[in-house]
Design a protein. Structure first.
Lengths: 191, 600
């Protein structure tokens, strides 16, 4: 099996942890993994992405256009930004909650999140839009967006991993007091 | 991570001493050494790259294996010792890891350390993958000791920050290197013109020999063509080699020359590669190093081969390569039909997201205090390298210049020298102040400048991930040491006005700026408030009383804090981002925001 996965978001949203959970879970299953992450200036509120390649015969971590099986987006506009990397038949999981940039708040650019969700609905056949505000308030934590999205990625059938794999990685990476809330988020997304 | 692999490779090679200065994308190398070292390995964050390399030169003379890490522009700072060190040579293996940043993604320049290697005559190794970086750093130590020369390992961002599953050596398999200690030998270690003359000739001879040796080095190789029988071929290196294989996977593939030692260039290997070719496409990032070397070889050996690449416009002259850019170039070059991804339907306007200061960042308050205090006066705000470079983003718009580490101080001096009507300010962070700000202050003070120095002291090296520095009282070895006081340094230089203030006590901060800036000469304000990412504030968060809020947007338009958004025409504070710095409370004209307030 080989899988190419792109994570897209805004610096500070927790994309790196999500990427590490996927890689750790895949490696636990004995699969080869290569990833690339945005580290540096863009981590301060800029657009960030992580590329993850799982499988044999990987040539470098970066994914070419039209090569990703799955796009996990933490924000509608960032989903659209990375959409060219998704295969025609690929799956996309996206959080409905926009992160409005300062540049548009002060009128120096424009951003219409609803138009982005509409665009995704037209362009992506296998699309899951997570109502993030509702989900996080039902789960009871505003800090588990990344794991909630991983849950939805499991449900899309394109992650190539099981819920148990991700739970094992969670236990490895997080302190015990955070296991329960994160598992709840994972299950909420994976239904 | 590639940087972790480099660190683990250096440890496996028995490194004794490691030093460097933080800089993206190189930072995690030293952090990993610090975490994974055995107790007899010494590691330090040096105040800058020059200090780090000089310390390592002394350690190497005493027989230690030394690793010095930096980003590409860090090598500019360390270039003085490096140029000379190449002439006197080393004893214990000395490897510099210099991380290049095509794009650039987090750097001021797109300079190419392979070119720097050529200029300084220092051999350069250039890995194509994480696992290769792990092995090549070990080979670099061997090479350094065999030829008594510093050696550069040059990864790029995609290697440094790429992750790969690799096999590594156990502790018991680490090479055990016990330094022999210092022995007096001025005939070797004192650089006089006569010694330089003699050694220069030896260096040139050695590099000729290395070029021959590198033609047989297993990491320089010719990958045979696969299903392709034309007379065209590809020459490539580093991450571009991976892109090339990825772009051509499942298709016919021409012969590929993979170059892992851009300097000295493996000339004999190149001749055997070129002899039956008509055309070669060079796929590389930054400078056309391989391309120029192949053109040189063609001229020298009278080979009739057309060399294409950056100089012929087949490969972009600036920026990163990608699988897709390589696909396009290779399709055009060989005629092998590689399917490009279909163009997507035009999307709506994408959000514009330049990086910004974090919600609650004390730098925002410092910038705003200066902006408010100097309202209506002609000012120049000279910025510097660090998180606070982001002070240039609107609505703050408080960084007018930024050149290189520490440059803002003397740029402020120069602007005011030519244009005395303009009041000049230099903003410098605490780590940058220690790295290369102090000499600037001395220069400005000695030469009678008229300017205000603003030290943004957040007690850490924030942009690169919170490394300690001389002002923090902690070392990378984990020792608690005496703090170097910025205030006392400035007073010792001779500044009479040095005021330390908390920028989050906003009204007082504005008043301090007004008072200090009106004085003559070089004067300083140290805005001291810890980085909120490193030292999470516990203060209560601010919130907006939507009945009182008049929707004037003044808070958003002045502070530009990411926690402030508009909900139903009123300001709203995202509680998951707010740190309670209360800056917006000081800005609101109708007192609609309250509840925050940091511990005073």
């Amino acid at each position: 099996m080989s899988k190419n996965i792109v994570l897209a978001g805004v610096g500070g949203q927790g994309t790196i942890l999500a990427s590490k959970l996927i890689s750790a879970a895949a490696m636990k299953r004995g699969m080869e993994v290569e990833t690339a992450e945005t580290i540096g200036m863009a981590q301060r509120g800029g657009s960030v992405f992580s590329d993850i390649k799982i499988g044999d015969d990987i040539n470098g971590p970066l994914i070419g256009r039209g090569q990703a099986d799955l796009l996990i987006a933490f924000e509608p506009g960032e989903a659209v930004r990375q959409l060219p990397f998704l295969k025609k038949e690929g799956a996309c999981v996206v959080s409905s909650r926009p992160v409005e940039p300062v540049s548009s708040l002060i009128g120096m650019s424009s951003y219409d999140p609803a138009a982005h969700i509409d665009y995704l609905r037209k362009e992506v056949r296998n699309l899951t839009v997570i109502d993030t505000d509702r989900a996080l308030s039902e789960i009871g934590s505003s800090k588990v967006l990344n794991v909630l999205l991983l849950g939805a990625a499991l449900a899309s059938g394109e992650l190539g991993l099981s819920a148990e794999d991700i739970v094992m990685a969670l236990h490895e990476r997080l302190p015990e007091k955070l296991w329960e809330i994160n598992e709840r988020a994972l299950n909420y997304g994976n239904k | 991570m590639g940087n972790e692999a480099i660190a683990l490779g250096a440890l496996a090679a028995g490194v004794n001493v490691a030093a460097g200065y933080p800089g993206t994308p190189s930072t995690e190398i030293l952090e990993t050494i610090a975490k994974r070292r055995t107790t007899d390995v010494y590691v330090e964050w040096s105040v800058n790259e020059k200090a780090g390399l000089e310390m390592a030169a002394g350690a190497s003379i005493s027989g230690a294996r030394c690793l010095v890490t930096m980003k590409q522009v860090g090598l500019n700072v360390a270039s003085d010792p490096l140029m000379s060190l190449e002439y006197i040579g080393v004893e214990g293996g000395l490897v510099l890891v210099v991380a290049d940043d095509p794009g650039p993604i987090s750097s001021q320049t797109e300079q190419d350390t392979r070119t720097f290697g050529m200029y300084s005559k220092v051999p350069v190794l250039d890995p194509s993958s994480v696992s290769e970086a792990y092995h090549m750093v070990q080979e670099a130590f061997e090479l350094s000791e065999r030829y008594k020369t510093p050696v550069i390992l040059r990864p790029t961002t995609r290697i440094d920050h790429g992750y790969e599953s690799i096999e590594i050596a156990d502790h018991e398999e680490y090479k055990n290197n016990s330094p022999a200690g210092y022995e007096k030998d001025p005939s070797r270690w004192v650089i006089f013109p006569r010694l330089s003359f003699k050694n220069h000739a030896l260096i040139e001879k050695r590099n000729e020999k290395l070029s021959k040796e590198f033609s047989r080095y297993s990491r320089n190789f010719i990958r045979p063509a696969d299903g392709y029988d034309g007379r065209k071929a590809i020459a490539t290196n580093g991450i571009s080699y991976s892109y090339t294989l990825d772009a051509l996977s499942g298709n016919a593939c021409p012969e590929i020359l993979r170059v892992a030692t851009p300097f000295p260039f493996p000339e004999e290997l190149a001749v055997s590669f070129l002899k039956d070719k008509d055309e070669v496409l060079c796929i590389e990032e930054l400078d056309p190093v391989i391309e120029r070397a192949l053109i040189h070889v063609c001229g020298k050996y009278h080979l009739d081969v057309r060399i294409r690449g950056k100089l012929t416009g087949d490969i972009a002259r600036s920026g990163e390569n990608s699988v897709d850019s390589v696909k396009e170039a290779v399709s055009g070059f060989t005629g092998i039909g590689l399917t490009a991804a279909s163009e997507p339907v035009a999307p709506p306007d994408l959000p514009v997201r330049p990086p910004v200061l974090c919600a609650g960042c004390p730098h925002r308050a410092s910038f705003l205090a200066v902006k408010k205090a100097m309202e209506g006066q002609k000012c120049a705000y000279c910025g510097d390298i660090g998180c606070y470079t982001l002070g240039n983003a609107h609505p703050l718009d408080m960084t007018d210049t930024c050149l290189c580490m520490g440059a803002g101080i003397n740029m402020a001096q120069g602007i005011n020298r030519v244009d005395p009507e303009t009041k000049t300010f230099a903003f410098v962070g605490d780590s940058t102040f220690f790295a290369s700000g102090i000499t600037g202050v001395i220069n400005a003070f000695y030469n009678q400048a008229d300017m205000t120095l603003i030290v943004l002291d957040n007690s850490t090296t924030a942009m690169t991930g919170h490394q300690p520095h001389p002002g923090t009282g902690q070392t990378l070895m984990g020792d608690v040491v005496e703090k170097v006081s910025i205030e006392r340094v400035l007073k010792a230089i001779g500044l009479t006005t040095v005021v330390t203030a908390d920028p989050l006590c906003f009204d007082q901060a504005v008043e301090t700026v007004r008072r200090v800036a009106s004085e003559k000469g070089v004067k300083a304000i140290i805005f001291k408030s810890p980085c909120i990412v490193r030292f999470k504030p516990t203060s209560p968060k601010s919130s907006v009383d939507s009945d009182k809020c008049i929707g004037c947007r003044k808070c958003i338009n002045e502070a530009g804090c990411p926690a402030l958004i508009i909900k139903d025409t009123k300001a709203f504070i995202d509680p998951s981002l707010c740190t309670g710095c209360a800056l917006c409370e000081a800005i609101c004209p109708v007192g609609a925001i309250s509840g925050g307030g940091h511990n005073e």
